[in-house]
Design a protein around this ligand. Structure first.
Ligand SMILES: C[S@@+](CC[C@H](N)C(=O)[O-])C[C@H]1O[C@@H](n2cnc3c(N)ncnc32)[C@H](O)[C@@H]1O
Length: 250
């Protein structure tokens, strides 16, 4: 859809990302969105005209892709890292400043989009943690969370809050789950499937939902979160999505 001319490259002058035309950036944002969408096991048809919330939205490429492809106008992004006052860190190997820096760099990416799309993304962006998401209950049709690095203990709260936001029968989709981790030091990591299961069983005592893991069609973010090796490990992420479906109380 976003066919763009190759940037003018010469041997003497290798262009930096900044020198590329907006079409180049838009194409990459769209590719990134498609990866996220596959990882969540979603399609345009499943998302059509739905009210969708992206939790831990990072650079908000998901909202950008949804709007660029005219899937729905009702796309909301929740990202705590957009706040200057964000002090929490969720990764074992990054400080809050580093996370904030990454989010702010990625924020510049959507600056290449047409101004009307940027405005729509900004109008529906909320700076908050998922577990404190300030929306009306029963509002969303789909809540997604991709590559969110859950802090110890917050999955339970997060699952409860995200399910509250959903109408009955609707879904939260969390990907990746990182269940097949080659590093023993991550056995108890929040992204571990066992950890998710335990937290979700506890969360279910307050909020009625069912959960299941589904295999998606392709490897998730293969070039993004690969393990860097035992001396500097990252999570190995599998092509799996965790789906929480809200149901009526028993
Ligand atoms: C690795 S980035 C992924 C961003 C984006 N979802 C993507 O797929 O590119 C993880 C993001 O999750 C956010 N995050 C971590 N814990 C969160 C929470 N409890 N609620 C909301 N966002 C959270 C972080 O601020 C960070 O921007």
């Amino acid at each position: 859809m976003f066919e763009s001319p190759r940037p003018q490259e010469t041997i003497a002058q290798q262009p930096t990302e900044l020198q590329y035309p907006p079409e180049w950036h838009i194409e990459r944002i769209d590719q990134y969105f498609r990866k996220q969408q596959h990882g969540l096991g979603l399609t345009d048809a499943l998302m059509k005209d739905k009210k969708i919330l992206d939790v831990g939205a990072g650079g908000r490429e998901f909202a950008a892709g949804v709007l660029l492809n005219h899937i729905t106008e009702e796309i909301y992004s929740l990202e705590p890292g957009l706040s200057e006052h964000f002090q929490q860190t969720f990764t074992p190997d990054r400080t809050a400043e580093e996370v904030r820096d990454i989010v702010n760099k990625r924020k510049q990416r959507i600056g290449h989009l047409p101004p009307e799309i940027q405005e729509k993304i900004n109008q529906k962006t909320v700076v908050a943690l998922g577990e404190q998401a300030p929306f009306r209950n029963n509002f969303f049709d789909i809540v997604v969370a991709t590559c969110v690095n859950y802090a110890d203990g917050n999955i339970q709260q997060l699952a409860e809050r995200l399910c509250e936001l959903l109408a009955v029968g609707k879904e939260v989709r969390i990907a990746p789950v990182g269940s097949e981790n080659p590093y023993p030091q991550f056995a108890e990591h929040p992204m571990n499937k066992k950890f998710f299961d335990q937290a979700l069983i506890l969360a279910r005592e307050k909020m009625p939902f069912d959960f299941e893991y589904q295999t998606t069609s392709e490897e998730y973010h293969p070039d993004y979160l690969q393990p860097r090796g035992p001396e500097n490990p990252r999570l190995l992420l599998k092509n799996e999505v965790l789906i929480l479906r809200k149901r009526l109380a028993d």
